[in-house]
Design a binder for this molecule. Structure first.
Ligand code: 13P
Length: 255
C-alpha cells in the first residue's frame, strides 16, 4: 500500500566527478520497474548537476537541509525556493547531525518543515534517541517530543515522510534490530494517527536510518511499519545502494 522509499543521504561527501560516477552506476543498475522510489540527497552545490544526471530516470533528488526563510541576510544558508529551482522535490529536516552538531532545535525545525511544505516540497523529518536516552528507557518519550514539536495536522500528510534514526546507530555499524526499529515505527504511526487520523497515518511513510547495509536491509524492510530507509555510508557505493533498493523491492508484497 505504501510505496517503499530508499533515500541516500550523501552528507558532505563527493566532489562533482565522484557524484557523476556514483549516479552513472545507479542509473545503469537500477531496475526502473522495481516498485521502489529512489531518492538521492547530495550536497547543495551538486543539486543542479545531479538534476541533469538523473533527468529521464526515475531517480528523485532532495536536499539535506534548508533555511526557514525564503530569502534574506543569512550568510551561508540556502532557502526552499532556491532548492526547488534545482528540481529537488524533498528536503531532509532535523537530521541528528543538524540537531547535535549544529544545535538545531524543535522550534526552528517546526519552521523549517513548514517552509518546505509551503514551498511545495516534501519534508523528510528525522527523529531519534541517543544511546543514553535509549539506555534510560526514554526512547518513546524522546521521539514523541520530537514529533510533537514539529508535526501537526497543518502539515499536509502527502508532503511528509518521517525518518526514525537512532543516533547510536548512525555511522557506527550498530543497527537497531528489526524488532527494535519496528517497535518505534509502530509507536510513531500511532502518534501520526493521533495527529491526523488512522487512515491518513497508514499513508505516511516512516523510513529507518542508521547503518543500513545490503546485509541487514531485507530484515528491516520486512517489518510492517518500515517503509524504506534513509541510508548514509552505503548510499555512496552504487552496488550497495542498489542492493538495498533490491531488498526493499523484494519486501513489497506481490499484487
Ligand atoms: P549511516 O547509514 O552511515 O549510518 O548514516 C545514516 C544516516 O544518518 C542517514 O541519514
Amino acid at each position: 500500500m505504501r510505496t517503499p522509499l530508499i533515500a541516500g543521504n550523501w552528507k558532505m561527501h563527493d566532489t562533482l566527478s565522484e557524484a557523476r560516477s556514483l549516479v552513472t552506476g545507479l542509473v545503469e543498475g537500477l531496475d526502473a520497474a522495481c516498485g521502489v522510489e529512489v531518492l538521492i540527497c547530495p550536497a547543495f552545490q551538486l543539486l543542479f548537476p545531479m538534476a541533469k544526471a538523473i533527468a529521464d530516470t526515475p531517480i528523485q533528488m532532495g536536499a539535506q537541509n534548508a533555511h526557514e526563510a525564503t530569502h534574506g541576510a543569512f550568510t551561508g544558508e540556502v532557502s526552499v525556493p532556491m532548492i526547488a529551482e534545482t528540481g529537488a522535490t524533498q528536503v531532509i529536516i532535523g537530521h541528528s547531525e543538524r540537531r547535535h552538531v549544529f544545535g538545531e532545535k524543535g522550534d526552528q525545525l517546526n519552521k523549517k518543515v513548514r517552509a518546505v511544505v509551503s514551498g511545495g516540497l516534501t519534508a523528510i523529518y528525522c527523529v531519534g534517541e541517543t544511546l543514553e536516552e535509549r539506555e534510560a528507557g526514554k526512547t518513546k518519550d524522546v521521539v514523541r517530543r520530537q514529533m510533537d514539536e514539529v508535526v501537526g495536522s497543518d502539515v499536509p500528510a502527502d508532503k511528509l515522510v518521517i525518518a526514525y534514526e537512532p543516533v547510536w546507530a548512525i555511522g557506527t555499524g550498530k543497527t537497531a534490530t528489526p524488532q527494535q526499529a519496528q517497535e518505534v515505527h509502530a509507536f510513531l504511526r500511532g502518534q501520526l494517527a493521533e495527529i491526523y487520523d488512522a487512515t491518513t497515518a497508514e499513508t505516511i511513510r516512516i523510513l529507518y536510518g542508521g547503518s543500513v547495509k545490503p546485509g541487514n536491509a531485507a530484515d528491516l524492510m520486512g517489518q510492517s511499519d518500515i517503509d524504506g530507509a534513509l541510508v548514509g555510508g552505503a548510499s555512496l557505493v552504487a552496488a550497495d545502494f542498489l542492493a538495498i533498493i533490491a531488498a526493499a523491492a523484494a519486501a513489497v508484497p506481490a499484487s
